[in-house]
Design a protein around this ligand. Structure first.
Ligand code: ASP
Ligand code: MG
Length: 417
């Protein structure tokens, strides 16, 4: 069996739904399980609904309307008014309305999951309905009856044993199956979710449980590139990447494939393909056991808007275990993510992400005990498999403030020109 995953961008309008349907027809007519996420930016639109509902804002009806119009507009180009799918979609809007009217819970994460799931439920009804419309038989199922988790809403942990049992018992592997990414359920049948961008992980879960022959993630890019085309003018498609290399890249911040998705499929050595839904004839990238990287070229990962902080003791004492562990505790307390560490006798430098805007509090707290130099708005470049010209390319992007080199990886902090 093959697993396909289509993300929001691949089903953002009626034309894209037609394209997805033709890919499924051509490439996966039997033995395929298709995971689909919410259409276009609908998960964000549902987050707006959740915000308005939770905070009892007046614009809730408008936010809901926007979502309903968006889907109905796409449907009007794909279906006739009498098609079954209209009933299915209306049932979903009915269930959503019922929840909004009846819910009394104040637990935000619980409320979030009960509402956000409709994005995936709607998109899969539409894709499945369209396949049926063009004569492609398929089975739609509610993934919440297959993937079971704990009750840690918005970041639920999979109960692997139960999930594997349910999937193997219930999936008809001879058919085309259409189901939702990202959502799941706990043992009391409440909806849970696997974290934003969780649909890839759903594909990995099915692949693992069914010992699939492959997982294909269909994207709007040709595959995995050696650099972000928004930052680098010259990029190359990576044809083959080993699981380890993909995990390394993700660790340094590449938005390749999340390690959480890779782990289950790596364990069963299931190849993961990243292919273009725009050019489905192209091969794309294969992540599998074997060759680390093909072609073997430098790969660049950029993290913009970092803060470089150099900390030394006021009394010029060495920066060793006691003060470093104190600083690390504070970094952790203020949710500052450390992306690079460099240590010398009297100074300790870290490059950090100020994701939660708590850097100033951290700075204030440490300021009277340490001497602190701060450089804001710097960029951290990581080069996997660097060579001299790769380093030169990065050093030309501004003033280089710090460089760290180990066997396969070079990291450079740049103050941009
Ligand atoms: N629709 C969800 C999100 O946007 C899950 C996914 O797309 O992977 O986060
Ligand atoms: Mg999505």
């Amino acid at each position: 069996m093959k697993i396909f995953k289509f993300g929001g961008a691949s089903v953002k309008d009626a034309e894209s739904v037609k394209n997805v349907a033709s890919i499924i027809k051509n490439e996966g007519a039997i033995d395929t399980l298709v995971v689909v996420s919410a259409m276009g930016k609908m998960t964000n639109a549902f987050e707006d609904v959740i915000d308005s509902y939770y905070h009892k804002k007046e614009d809730l009806p408008n936010k809901l309307n926007y979502i309903e119009e968006f889907h109905k507009d796409i449907m009007s180009s794909l279906f006739d008014k009498t098609d079954e799918v209209y009933k299915e979609v209306d049932v979903l809007f009915g269930e959503l309305g019922w929840f909004l009217a009846r819910n009394t819970s104040q637990r935000f994460n619980y409320v979030y999951d009960q509402i956000i799931c409709f994005g995936e439920l709607l998109s899969t009804r539409i894709v499945s309905g369209y396949l049926a419309k063009i004569g492609q038989e398929n089975v739609w199922f509610d993934v919440r009856n297959y993937i079971k988790t704990d009750s840690n809403y918005r970041d639920a942990k999979v109960d692997w044993d139960l999930t594997e049992e349910l999937i193997n018992k219930k999936v008809d592997t001879s058919k085309i199956n259409i189901t939702q990414g990202f959502i799941a359920a706990n043992d009391t049948e409440n909806t849970t979710t696997l974290g934003r961008e969780g649909s890839d992980y759903t594909a990995g879960i099915f692949a693992y449980c069914l010992s699939a022959e492959s997982v294909t993630i269909w994207k709007d890019v040709p595959g995995v590139l050696n650099a972000d085309p928004r930052v680098f003018s010259d990029t190359t498609l990576l044809e083959q990447i080993s699981y380890e290399e993909a995990i390394e890249m993700a660790f340094y911040g590449a938005s390749v494939i999340h390690p959480k998705t890779l782990q289950p499929i790596e364990r069963k050595e299931i190849p993961l393909l990243v292919r273009s839904f725009v050019n489905p004839k192209e091969k794309g990238t294969t992540v599998s056991k074997g060759t680390m990287l093909e072609p073997y070229i430098p790969c660049y990962i950029v993290k913009k808007n970092q803060i470089l902080v150099s900390i030394s003791a006021l009394d010029f004492s060495f920066m060793v275990e006691n003060n470093i562990s104190f600083i690390f505790q504070k970094l952790h307390d203020y949710q500052l993510k450390v992306n690079l560490i460099q240590n010398s006798a009297i100074s300790f430098s870290v490059c950090i992400d100020n994701k939660f805007n708590k850097f100033d509090e951290f700075h204030n707290e440490l300021n009277n005990q340490f001497k602190i130099d701060v450089q804001k708005n710097v960029d951290l470049y990581t080069i996997r498999h660097f060579d001299d010209s790769a380093i030169e390319l990065i050093e030309n992007k501004g003033e280089s403030l710090l460089t760290q080199v180990n066997k396969e990886t070079s990291q450079i902090v740049i103050k941009p020109n």
